[in-house]
Design a protein around this ligand. Structure first.
Ligand code: ACO
Length: 329
């Protein structure tokens, strides 16, 4: 069999209607708009207010949109991967709920947990399935309802996160296009710099874990900032070097949206003009696994076949990576 490639043939998204502004946060915790904007670049974020709706709802809407935009029958989908740290349930996987909702009756489905690197790692998994010849069409979704694990009494973290979902369809190609190369890393030594202490098998829910707010995300911001800045810049430089790319060659940087200062440092290191960097952190904050596919959706009208994209992320685990994509459509 000749070599196959996995190309991105469409994108979809969902963001909730409710806009939580910096001004509203000023009424909830001791913070201010100027601090948030200058330290992070965030002006507002979207929140899924409806208590009956969860991550699967947003992931389903994003999946429906990519199917519609590509004219794909859900029965053609072979695999669904949902990257998330906020699944509807501990199990079954959120991907199983999406599989039912969209009627992808032939697909098998599972979740992937790699925090903010989740979408990148899921994209790699999906593209490997296509390259192996075992799958023709794979839906890769990044979706997080971060408001469900944010402690709105903690000003260090509650200003950072928002809710949203993005999806891409991967399809098989014979020409060299799509996911060309990737570099991924993990450093479990620093697992507690960014984590949710309770709710798993180590500390199941109890009165004590609830009273101590242990079901919310905890982050030691300063060391994570330092590691994220180094990690995203280094891995982006590494993927460029492996593929003989200069800053001139790269058409778009698609960075995880955690902090505008981290994004700028990465672009500088790559020698990229700021006009080539996808940035929507001001509108959505950090939507964890959804940031990169949300950017791809928002910029999809400006992308042309053959454009060279570097996708890069850093998150809890610690996990980080970069992926080189040639746009396929
Ligand atoms: N409003 C006002 N003041 C605040 C706020 C706030 N919301 N939050 C903290 N401060 C104060 C602190 O208390 C501190 O005051 P002090 O000096 O009197 O102690 C001061 O501001 C500076 O705090 P720092 O934490 O040092 O601020 P920093 O410049 O590092 O910015 C931030 C904090 C934005 C969280 C930054 O550290 C960051 O972006 N970290 C990395 C985030 C990231 O990339 N995470 C990985 C991906 S997320 C995932 O995987 C789920």
């Amino acid at each position: 069999m000749s070599k196959r490639y996995a190309g991105i043939t469409g994108t979809g998204h969902y963001v909730p209607e409710y806009v939580l502004t910096n001004q509203e946060l000023e009424t909830i915790v001791d913070t201010n708009d100027e601090w948030i904007r200058t330290r992070t670049g965030i002006r507002e974020r979207r929140i899924l207010k409806d208590k009956d709706k969860a991550t699967s709802f947003m992931a389903t809407r994003a999946a429906e949109e990519v199917l519609e935009r590509t004219g794909t029958d859900p029965k053609e989908i072979d695999v669904i991967i949902v990257a998330t740290v906020t699944p509807d349930y501990m199990f079954p996987a959120t991907a199983c709920l999406v599989q039912k909702n969209i009627g992808a009756t032939r697909a098998y489905a599972f979740d992937m947990l790699a925090a903010c690197s989740g979408f990148l790692f899921a994209l790699t998994t999906g593209s490997n399935m296509i390259e192996s010849g075992r799958a023709q069409k794979v839906l890769v979704i990044g979706a997080d309802k971060m408001s469900s694990i944010v402690d709105y009494t903690d000003r260090n973290t509650c200003i950072l996160f928002g809710d949203g979902a993005g999806a891409v369809l991967l399809e098989a190609f014979e020409e060299e296009t799509g996911v060309i190369d990737y570099v991924h890393y993990t450093d479990g030594d620093d697992q507690c710099l960014l984590y949710q202490p309770a709710g798993g098998s180590k500390r199941p829910a109890s009165h004590e874990t609830v009273d101590l707010h242990l079901h919310s995300l905890r982050q030691d911001g300063r060391p994570v900032f330092k590691k994220a800045t180094e990690g995203m810049a280094d891995v982006s430089a590494e993927i460029m070097q492996r593929n003989n790319l200069t800053g001139e060659d790269v058409d778009w940087l698609v960075p995880h949206q955690a902090n505008l200062r981290i994004i700028s440092a990465t672009a500088n290191r790559m020698g990229l003009d700021p006009s080539k960097v996808m940035i929507n952190i001001d509108k959505y904050g950090n939507t964890t696994a959804a940031t990169i596919p949300l950017c791809l959706y928002e910029w999809s009208d400006r992308l042309s076949k053959g454009d060279k994209l570097v996708l890069t992320a850093f998150g809890g685990g610690l996990t980080w990576g970069a992926t080189y994509v040639k746009w396929s459509v």
